[in-house]
Write a protein that binds this ligand. Structure first.
Ligand code: URA
Length: 259
């Protein structure tokens, strides 16, 4: 197997993180004999504490700590780049942080980058992203708009593509949540749109997008509207009717509470 420099380096860093400090011992170690000896010692009575104890790192506490220290969006991106505990970054080409205008009144939170997003380093640029752009264009909002009133800011719960686009695990979501909380605080949108089940799970602690969609709720101190994910709409075009109602609700909300 041939690895590119970036992947090889990431794999090495990961091993160091796990505590690997030599690639091979000079002499073979009989782990079965060691285990038997340890059991015999334990049975014989209390043992003195090991000279060196390894520090157990809590990835969520580390994420909370790192996220608490950031003061701006570029600092947040840098904190994610150096965060070592999410193994997804090892298989991903890019850290997909955000796209659009951070001053936008509307922030969209999706699930995780797919193949196109991983290649381009931007969220929602594949087929689902193109549909998302058309949907929001229809109510006069765009990620390319410079004026905050007409702008969108877009990010994902996970900044790295999961292998084979699998669903993120509960641990991966929990590790990324402190960063997303900081992201929302720094971007300070007037409202948040949660795209699909994973985003609802991460931010609201609930799934069931068919029931959740279209119902305003509050999270992270702001109004939140769950919507069908555009990838779902590509597979189920009949659900675009409900998505259109949700878009109209967003438009009405913005008009009824001007910036
Ligand atoms: N789906 C998402 O949830 N986010 C992306 O960036 C792309 C597809």
């Amino acid at each position: 197997m041939s690895l590119d420099l970036h992947t090889a380096r990431a794999l090495l860093e990961w091993q160091i993180e796990l505590g690997v400090d030599e690639s091979m011992a000079d002499t073979p170690i009989d782990r079965f004999a060691l285990h038997a000896a340890q059991k015999a010692t334990t049975a014989a009575g209390p043992v003195a504490p090991a000279a060196e104890s390894s520090t157990v790192v809590d990835p969520i506490a580390h994420a909370q700590d790192a996220a608490r220290k950031v003061t701006d969006l570029s600092g947040l991106q840098a904190a994610l780049e150096t965060y070592p505990h999410c193994e997804l970054k090892l298989g991903a080409r890019s850290l997909v942080f955000s796209d659009g205008n951070p001053a936008a009144r509307v922030m969209i939170i999706g699930e995780a980058p797919g193949r196109d997003e991983d290649i381009q380093g931007k969220p929602f640029v594949g087929r689902a992203g193109q549909l998302l752009d058309r949907m929001f264009d229809a109510i006069g909002l765009s990620r390319r708009a410079e004026v905050a009133e007409r702008a969108l800011y877009i990010s994902n719960i996970l900044p790295w593509r999961p292998p084979q686009n699998r669903d993120p695990t509960a641990e991966e979501i929990a590790m990324m949540r402190p960063f997303m909380d900081a992201h929302v605080k720094l971007a300070a949108p007037d409202l948040i749109v949660l795209m699909g089940n994973i985003s609802c799970q991460a931010i609201l602690g609930r799934r069931g997008i068919t029931r959740l969609r279209g119902h305003w709720t509050e999270a992270l101190g702001r109004p939140v509207l769950p919507m069908f994910h555009p990838a779902y709409l590509l597979r189920n075009p009949a659900a675009k009717r409900e998505a259109w109602q949700d878009l109209l609700a967003i438009s009405a909300h913005l008009k009824s509470s001007p910036a």
